[in-house]
Design a protein around this ligand. Structure first.
Ligand SMILES: [Zn+2]
Length: 61
């Protein structure tokens, strides 16, 4: 019975990674700031993206 434990652990890890990737793919890269969350202004100032609010990605609709 003790041999089942590592297998269950691997399955749990696999499911965790699967749902993590699935969750990540629910977001698309912000086109305005190209995923950076901000852009540089004319004088080099950092402007936070107003579309994704600095996140760099937006939830898919
Ligand atoms: Zn953005």
């Amino acid at each position: 019975m003790i041999r089942i434990m590592p297998i269950l652990f691997v399955i749990a890890l696999f499911l965790f990674v699967f749902f993590f990737i699935k969750n990540r793919s629910g977001f698309s890269t912000c086109k305005k700031c190209e995923g950076k969350g901000y852009w540089r202004g004319l004088r080099g100032e950092k402007t936070i993206c107003d579309i994704c609010k600095g996140e760099g990605h937006i939830p898919k609709k």
